[in-house]
Structure formats: C-alpha cells, structure tokens
Design a protein around this ligand. Structure first.
Ligand SMILES: [Zn+2]
Length: 315
C-alpha cells in the first residue's frame, strides 16, 4: 500500500488523525490537492481514517468500514458525484436528505465530495446550508484541486487542509514497490510535478493502458479453462502487480455497473463472484509480496476468476 503510506506521511493526514484521536473531528474538511487524477483515492484514505473504528489515530485497512469504503459500498459513507465528474445540484439534494438519516452501523455518517472546485454556484449555495447547520454525527469530506472557484462562504465554514506536491525522495520511496524500475521511476518523477497520479501515469506510459485492456479481456473474453494458457502467456511476469491492480480496478468498475443495472450481474459475473474475485486478488498480491511463484500465481488467479464466475452462476 505505497500510495497510502505516502498520504499517511502528510501533515494533512496527521491533522485529521489528531482530531480523531481527541474525538474532535470537524464537521467538514476541504482537502486541497493538485493531484486531480487520484483525488478520489486520497479522499478514500481520509474516509477510512475517519470511519475505521479500530485504531484511534489511524485505520486498520481490514474492517468492514475500511474494505467497503475502498469499493465505495459502505452504507455510512457516500461518494459524490454519483456519475460523471461534476457534482450537480441533484447530488447535493441527495446529500442533504441523506444527512438526516442516522448512521446504520458506524457512529458517524460521512459524505465525500470529489472535485468540488467544479461545482456551480447553485450547488454550492445548496451545500452551504448543510455546512452552516450540520446535523449531528455527520462529517463532510470535500476534495478539490484548487479552492479559488469556491464561494468564500463555503471555505470559511470548513477546515481547509492543503496537501502540497510530494518531494522527489518521498515519491521514490513511496512508489518504488508499485513502479519497480528505478530508472524509469526517476524519469517519471521528473515529469510528474510532485503528483502521485501523474508520476504513475508517466511511469506506465502506454503500457499501463495495455495492461488495463488485457485485464478487461480476461474478465470479458476468457470463458473456458482452455484459454487460461493463452491469457497467462500475455501477462508480463515482471509487472504482475500492475496487472493485478488493473484487474482489481476493473472488477470494482463491474461491481458499480452491477448495482446500476439492477440485475446484480454483468457479463456473466454475479455481484458475489466479483467480490470473491476482489478478495482473491488481494490474497494473491499478498502472497506475491511473500515471494510466491509468479507463474503459479498467474495460473491460479485466472483459474480462480473462472471458478468464481461459474460457481456463482449455479447458485
Ligand atoms: Zn478499519
């Protein structure tokens, strides 16, 4: 979890962690961070910190809150915008009505708004009322790449915390697991402007896109155990973690699709199968960290995907 370790080392994280420890969380935070590409991932780290009930100034990464927040499926934590990349008045209306509902399992309810710098004035004004009189046990976590376009009245009612660009050394240390080619990582850091998202993108170049496409093919086109060998041969063994991350991201997207289309199924995968596959991917990554055999891991992973897919179809 190198991305998380970078964020955990920021002053911003320590501020919120300290407030959690003193049981003095603010009712609203504005995290300002230029890393637009990964802004939601930043928010998720803070969301876990705020919602995890294990650890008084940290999060465990393993409890129900932590794992479900990663998938944006925790009932007491909502993410906005629901669709697209712009928070609309309808999103704020939904948020306002949700704030009156008591938390279902956590002691607080959290609302994460990603990209608030793109909100129009009408949406901001609607949100302002909730910020002025926040219901009890509600925390609003906003993420923005800059705060100039926000109404001063909004900014004055939230705790504004900035995450400055990361230094080269911190980025290198934080990303060397995810980006193992040191020379390439150094070049990527040079063009990444201190942002995690841009650095990873520069490191991956086109190859990251290729890996994403292959992950999609595995999930959409691999239908029988006979084809496992073919797909296994396409996977870059030196970059297996990148491939697992791509698969994980794709299954996450499919889970969201399942929920949207209302059938609980997408392309032959039931919701339960997708969740089981996510768990399996985490376990494979963990074993790889302990030097598991790469080829066996790849074969086992592809087989596991098919197994879960068909097992859940029969249920
Ligand atoms: Zn936790």
């Amino acid at each position: 979890m190198s991305f998380e370790s970078l964020i955990k080392n920021t002053g911003a994280y320590r501020i919120v962690a300290g407030e959690k420890k003193r049981d003095a969380l603010s009712h609203a935070y504005l995290i300002v961070c230029a890393d637009g590409e990964r802004l939601k991932d930043y928010l998720k780290v803070f969301a876990k910190l705020i919602m995890c009930e294990n650890g008084d100034d940290d999060f465990c990464g393993e409890c129900r809150a932590c794992t479900l927040i990663d998938r944006e499926r925790y009932t007491d934590c909502s993410f906005y915008p629901a669709e697209g990349n712009k928070i609309l008045v309808a999103d704020v209306d939904d948020l306002v009505s949700q704030t009156y509902i008591k938390p279902l399992e956590n002691k607080r309810r959290l609302f994460c708004l990603c990209g608030v710098e793109n909100m129009n004035a009408a949406a901001q004004n609607k949100l302002l009322k909730t910020l002025e009189e926040p219901p009890q046990n509600v925390v609003i976590l906003m993420g923005a790449t800059q705060s100039f376009s926000l109404l001063p009245t909004i900014v004055s009612r939230v705790k504004r915390i900035e995450i400055p660009p990361f230094g080269e050394k911190a980025l290198f240390e934080g990303l060397k697991e995810e980006c193992p080619d040191g020379e390439r990582l150094k070049n990527a850091i040079e063009v990444g402007g201190g942002k995690i998202g841009a650095t990873i993108k520069a490191y991956g170049g086109d190859s990251a896109q290729e890996v994403g496409k292959l992950a999609e093919k595995v999930l959409y086109e691999m239908t029988s155990s006979k084809s496992i060998l073919y797909y296994a041969s396409k996977i870059d063994k030196d970059n297996i973690s990148l491939f697992i991350t791509a698969l994980y991201r794709k299954t996450g997207e499919m889970l969201i699709e399942c929920e949207k289309n209302g059938t609980g199924e997408i392309n032959g995968f039931k919701t339960g199968a997708l969740i089981a596959i996510e768990d399996m991917l985490c376990e494979k990554q963990r074993l790889l960290n302990f030097n598991a055999n790469v080829q066996m891991t790849i074969d086992g992973m592809l087989f596991g995907i098919l197994e879960e897919k068909y097992k859940w179809q029969k249920l």
